[in-house]
Design a protein around this ligand. Structure first.
Ligand code: HAM
Length: 422
């Protein structure tokens, strides 16, 4: 029996992995340039952390968590998202007591969802969590930051910022009662999931994908019309900042997010290019979460970018040129030349730190070696055969320029490489 990867888990083959690397390498300096500090967090947390913070009646906690009993009999869970663990860590390590923090993390998250394009059971996020700032200035800052990320990735025209405000807990409570009243009168027309949610989590009905339910929602009361004064003032403040910084957005009053911890500002960056899984980034404020974990009231806001979806977008838009692994490839013919090619490669790696050098190993025709050199993205191939060894020279073959190939001594080669790669 052939052993295959577990369903929903992807192998990232070198070509895809290079795109992920490009995306991460583009995002990291942006986070740094806004003064955010990286934090490393465990992949496993106590199950109760997610039950308490993400919410018992969310899809994530109800049906998507990878939860196990470990050898000591404790219930542990592979993190389905990063916010809960970050709040736990920040509090446990005293990072948020009377302090402002701007943190970011990257890593794998796990959700037992139905796999499809852009949706995996192990997926990658880069997340940001900010503590100690009530907004709306910090809300604007993280939206400027995400807009800058799309800009750097060449994806600005691919994504739309959708904004909503959920208000505070009390205004949401009053709205919930009104929504339940409206929907209960039309319960027969709701889809099965929404019928269940009417009892457990009525706000989640707002982002139902069912056409019948969506039609009913057209006339439903909207949260954004029921905001408390403070939430309304903050939301207006955020909108003004976005407008003055010329970051375009649309208001989507149906955004409620799939996790229970949000209040006030919530947002999603969406794309039309990825089919059903079009949200590439989601986040918002969660001002009561630290307290729910036993800490002091601490305002907080954050977001997470779905790297897998961003990598798909980058690949589909061919934003990157083909990312090659090598700068220089050394081909050899014959066993003596093979030894010399290994030594030459070591010498060049010592003298040209940062240059990516690949060496052919084993036998093989020159033609196929040069084909590999070409596919590797290398600018230059060096060829060592019996003639070259006898003359203490090397043949230099430019792969991307029209220049003819020529023979030169090893010292002349170093001078030549300095000119090409400096
Ligand atoms: P989320 O909306 O659940 O939020 O996930 C954020 C992003 O992760 C999504 O917009 C999507 O791009 C990506 N994502 C989610 N599930 C999958 C999946 N199964 N496969 C591929 N990509 C996926 C959170 O996780 C919050 N912790 C964000 C946050 C941080 N809010 C405040 N701070």
């Amino acid at each position: 029996m052939k052993i295959q990867a577990v369903r929903g888990m992807q192998d990232l083959l070198p070509e895809s992995k290079a795109i992920y690397r490009y995306v991460e390498d583009t995002i990291r300096p942006v986070l740094k340039s806004y003064g955010y500090s990286e934090i490393g967090l465990p992949v496993i947390e106590s199950t109760v952390l997610f039950e308490r913070l993400v919410g018992e009646s969310t899809d994530i906690v109800e049906k998507e968590m990878y939860t196990f009993t470990d050898r000591s009999g404790d219930s542990i869970t592979l993190r389905p998202e990063g916010t809960a663990g970050c709040v736990r860590s920040a509090q446990q390590n005293g990072l948020i007591y009377n302090q402002m923090q701007r943190l970011w993390y990257a890593g794998s998250m796990f959700r037992y969802e139905r796999p499809q394009k852009g949706r995996f059971r192990q997926f990658e996020q880069i997340g940001v969590e900010c503590f100690g700032m009530p907004g709306p200035d910090i809300d604007a800052e993280i939206l400027f930051l995400t807009a800058r990320i799309w800009q750097e990735l060449g994806l600005t025209s691919e994504v739309t910022l959708e904004l909503n405000s959920l208000g505070n807990v009390s205004s949401r409570g009053a709205y919930k009662t009104e929504l339940i009243e409206y929907l209960s009168a039309r319960e027969d027309e709701l889809d099965e999931d929404s019928k269940k949610r009417l009892q457990t989590n009525p706000l989640r009905i707002l982002d139902s994908k069912d056409a019948g339910t969506q039609a009913i929602l057209k006339e439903a009361p909207l949260l954004i019309d029921h905001l408390d004064d403070e939430s309304k003032r903050d939301f207006d403040g955020l909108r003004e900042l976005l407008e003055r910084a010329q970051v375009p957005y649309v208001i989507n009053p149906l955004i409620v997010r799939g996790l229970d911890y949000y209040n006030k500002t919530v947002f999603e960056w969406t794309t039309a290019s990825l089919g059903a899984q079009g949200t590439v980034c989601g986040g918002g404020r969660y001002d009561t979460l630290v307290e729910e974990l036993g800490g002091r009231p601490t305002p907080a806001v954050g977001f997470a970018i779905g790297l897998d979806r961003v990598a798909l977008l980058v690949a589909e838009n061919s934003v990157t040129d083909k990312v090659g692994d090598l700068d220089l490839f050394i081909a050899s013919l014959g066993s003596e030349a093979r030894t010399e090619s290994m030594l030459l490669a070591e010498q060049l790696r010592r003298n040209f730190v940062g240059l990516n050098i690949g060496v052919h190993c084993g036998d093989g025709k020159l033609k196929s070696q040069l084909k590999r050199a070409d596919n590797s993205g290398a600018l230059i191939a060096l060829i060592l055969g019996e003639d070259e060894i006898a003359a203490a020279e090397v043949t230099v073959k430019p792969l991307r320029a029209e220049d003819p190939q020529r023979r030169m001594s090893w010292p002349a080669l170093e001078r030549y490489l300095k000119k090409v790669f400096d």
